[in-house]
Write a protein that binds this ligand. Structure first.
Ligand SMILES: Cc1cc2nc3c(=O)[nH]c(=O)nc-3n(C[C@H](O)[C@H](O)[C@H](O)COP(=O)(O)OP(=O)(O)OC[C@H]3O[C@@H](n4cnc5c(N)ncnc54)[C@H](O)[C@@H]3O)c2cc1C
Length: 402
């Protein structure tokens, strides 16, 4: 990005860099929206958009300051994702995975992985995170993919259910369960940062989704995939704790994508209604039903906006009580992904039957927004964590119920 480095002798302030990043994201969102119109129904992967995001510097915003990077805050990541989602949900979600991985992994990584990860990201790397296994679903801290020790590394075997952005990936953060006898699940969880392997990874089911169809979220098989011990992201036995202490990144960045989609749905409803007349009604905007629906959406968006800002600025550090912190981070993810669906459904009603037409933008958003509550933590898990924290019950207590 042209303004990201010092120009001649005038240093560019952080604020100026941020304004430029936002403006760039806005321009790209408009470009992505136009591309989405062409490609959504075909479910074509957003490869060109990811390339544009890399060229613009947006994929490098999380590079630490001491490595010459912008070191974006969690809130700044959510704001960029909201803008991009206004143009294309698939692009925003694919970028969200990369943002979560790069943003959450600036601290506590082994020095070797940190240096390798952020030098690569600074030079245009794109990282994807196939965590969910076919055999574990949303319970990805208990993977069915297995890592066996061999020589100075590990051999991984398993089926990853979703690998969003796989076609654009230069690197992967991939999870597996160590088969060490002394490590009981979930403490056997391990994560590895690797260059996209030439061998040992194969797409078994190319992505074709009802929602977010352009994310290329293929299922992939890992077959005797060799990784080095140096690729291990966290110390053995501690990965679940490190992952939980980073849950705010996943929850807030995912929430941002669905808030961005809801916001765009609202704008479309307002644009479609203003000044529109029919043979029966001189101005649809003057109908009480339309006004009330617009007011509902507007209030809902303002609430979601305030909630996400509050959490992305004030509920960012895990502190000493990890389960309570994780429960806290569930709140905006749970509320926003579900509330966004209501806003989009209301916008659909305001726009009317034309929204059902093939290729309509509101129809695409209606489909995309359905994915929000299915992403981790799913509604059930989020409600369990939030409810147990409120009632003073540890989420790891057994038996889980009664
Ligand atoms: C478009 C898209 C892209 C994705 N991309 C990625 C990606 O890049 N990387 C990645 O790792 N994952 C990805 N995911 C997967 C996502 O993380 C999973 O959908 C999510 O974790 C839930 O898993 P599942 O869909 O297999 O559902 P399951 O875990 O099978 O859940 C099915 C139902 O059972 C409930 N349930 C399951 N286990 C429990 C439990 N322990 N307690 C209470 N209720 C439970 C759930 O709440 C849900 O209602 C993607 C998903 C989508 C839709």
């Amino acid at each position: 990005m042209s303004g990201m480095t010092a120009v001649e002798s005038t240093p560019v302030t952080r604020d100026a860099q941020w304004q430029e990043l936002r403006a760039t994201a806005q321009e790209l969102a408009e470009k992505f929206s136009a591309r989405s119109e062409q490609n959504y129904d075909r479910g074509e992967f957003v490869a060109d958009n990811i390339r544009d995001l890399i060229e613009s510097g947006i994929t490098a915003v999380n590079v630490p300051e001491e490595m010459g990077g912008f070191e974006a805050t969690l809130e700044e990541n959510t704001l960029l994702l909201r803008i991009i989602a206004g143009g294309c949900g698939s692009t925003a979600f694919t970028l969200a995975i990369h943002a979560v991985l790069t943003g959450s992994m600036r601290s506590d990584l082994s020095a070797a992985v940190r240096e390798r990860m952020f030098s690569a990201v600074r030079d245009g790397a794109f990282i994807v995170g196939p965590f969910t296994d076919e055999g574990s679903g949303g319970n990805w801290v208990r993977p069915s993919t297995v890592a066996r020790r061999e020589g100075d590394g590990f051999v991984l075997d398993g089926l990853k259910h979703f690998a969003t952005g796989f076609d654009a990936a230069t690197h992967l953060v991939v999870t597996a369960g160590l088969d060490d006898a002394h490590l009981e699940p979930p403490f056997n969880l391990a994560a590895f940062f690797v260059e996209k392997p030439e061998q040992g990874v194969e797409v078994t089911a190319p992505w074709s989704g009802f929602a977010l169809p352009m994310t290329g979220s293929h299922s992939i098989a890992l077959t005797s995939l060799h990784v080095s011990a140096d690729d291990s992201v966290f110390p053995d036995g501690l990965t679940p704790l490190f992952v939980m202490a980073r849950q705010q990144w996943g929850h807030y960045c995912f929430a941002a994508v669905f808030l961005g989609l809801a916001h765009r749905a609202y704008e479309l409803a307002v644009e479609r209604t203003r000044g529109r007349s029919t043979t029966a009604v001189a101005d649809l905007a003057k109908l009480p039903g339309i006004q009330f629906a617009v007011a509902r959406m507007r209030s809902s968006l303002a609430t979601m906006d305030a909630l996400l800002t509050e959490y992305a600025t004030r509920h960012v550090d895990a502190g000493d009580d990890l389960p309570a912190f994780v429960a806290d981070t569930c709140i905006p993810k749970y509320f926003i992904t579900n509330e966004a669906e209501h806003v989009v459904a209301t916008a659909f009603e305001v726009i009317g039957g034309s929204g059902i037409r093939e290729g309509s933008r509101i129809g695409q958003i209606w489909r995309d927004v359905k994915a929000g509550p299915l992403l981790p933590f799913t509604n059930d898990l989020a409600r369990e964590y939030i409810g147990k924290a409120a009632l003073g019950i540890s989420p790891v207590e057994t038996p889980r119920w009664v």
